[in-house]
Write a protein that binds this ligand. Sequence first.
Ligand code: FAD
Length: 328
Amino acid sequence: MSVLIVTEQRGGQWHKMSWEAVAAGQQIAKLLEIEAFAAVVGSGVESLGGEVAKYKLTEVILCNHELLADYTPDGFSLALRQAIEHLKPEIVIFPHTYQVRDFAPKLAASFGKPFLSDVVGVTREDAALIFVRQLFQGKLNADVSVEGEAPFFVSVQSGAFRGDSAESASAPAAVRGIDVTLEASQIRTRPQKPFRESKGEVDLSSAPIIVSVGRGIKEAENIAMAEELARLLGGEIAASRPICDNGWLPLERQIGSSGQTVSPKLYLALGISGAIQHVVGMKGSRTVVAVNKDESAPIFEIADYGIVGDLFDVVPALVEALKESSGD
Ligand code: FAD
């Protein structure tokens, strides 16, 4: 019995969610007391396999073929199908990336299985695994179990498992290539240049302090107050999605599942409710301070310090106190 963790790389560059999938796969392997394997798909991926082998895994499987040099849904699903037939894992774990969304349903369907996407947690009940998926924009959590014959196909939501919690091995895992049989005629699409997001001017992922504003800020002009607080703290300003959707701050300052993932020493959440899509982007912060006038706002569940109050009272008071202490 085993778990197969599918990693993702493009042109030799790792997708950082690969390590989140490794962490999730290791957790499942522990829960079920079974072995964890990882797969690397591509062309000439031997050295990448060696990088994965530093994690606590039974073995790293290489699906190596020149026709896998560029991503195609046909090529990747056919290659992984062969790896799955070879290894016969109970569960196949993917990071929930755009690429996985593209080919994993096809791969699962080729086995006649459903694809359990965007999982945020997993527990064990007797012999069964219970996966947690979110519904209605994170307002409800659903416990989902799978029935029938393995393999089961599961992807994990960005930020739900911490990549840096993936366990390293005391000695590197074995790396083994499998024979992948692929014909050019089986690949029906011709890859074009990969889509690149425009490079943002700010890299919030390395900011030690972030002051983040949500819909509680009410008007675009009120953001100046939070920006001043960020400046006095030596931090960066960021926001929840509605603020960026409104164009009040640039998209590159959005935190969350469709924005940046950050882990500053201090994350100050002002008027942010704490929807899961926001929380997955900031829950790795060392200390979270939340200001919200609703004492039952979900953000307080992950806050280290919570102020139940009106941000229009709290922020000016903080600005005043910081100015006084710095003589600004
Ligand atoms: P609200 O949920 O409206 O919360 C505002 C909060 O401010 C409330 O809790 C309220 O009590 C408080 N408040 C109001 N006035 C005051 C005051 N004067 N003082 C103090 N508190 C006050 N969201 C993201 O943030 N990032 C993402 O990347 C993201 N991606 C998404 C992807 C998808 C596919 C989907 C479906 C949604 C995504 N969302 C994302 C949206 C997310 O679900 C929430 O809608 C959003 O995070 C809510 O933003 P908010 O907390 O600012 O607003």
